[in-house]
Design a protein around this ligand. Structure first.
Ligand SMILES: [Zn+2]
Length: 96
């Protein structure tokens, strides 16, 4: 279970950050922004209020692939920080 928390190496992080920059220029990403819906709170925002977010953070071994990259509003992105979806769910359970 500890394996899950191993941080990614700097090579991986560098490579995936570069891929994220390229993905931001893609038609696919522009369409996502044009739709303007935050993946987390499902509210609508203008493209300037949206950011690219990795569901599994790059620092945790996540990739800059279409399956791992979502549109998030600035607030959701800030609140999420570097937690994985599982950790976020656990936090939400604790708050209940
Ligand atoms: Zn949001």
């Amino acid at each position: 279970m500890d394996d899950f928390y191993i941080s990614a190496g700097s090579d991986h992080i560098k490579k995936e950050r570069q891929k994220a920059r390229e993905l931001r220029k893609s038609q696919w990403w522009r369409q996502r922004l044009a739709q303007g819906v935050c993946y987390y709170c499902e509210e609508k925002f203008s493209p300037t209020d949206l950011t690219m977010d990795h569901v599994i953070p790059v620092s945790r071994g996540g990739k800059s692939s279409k399956g791992n990259v979502v549109v998030a509003c600035k607030q959701c992105n800030t609140e999420k920080k570097h937690r994985t979806p599982v950790e976020r769910l656990l936090d939400e359970e604790k708050r209940k």
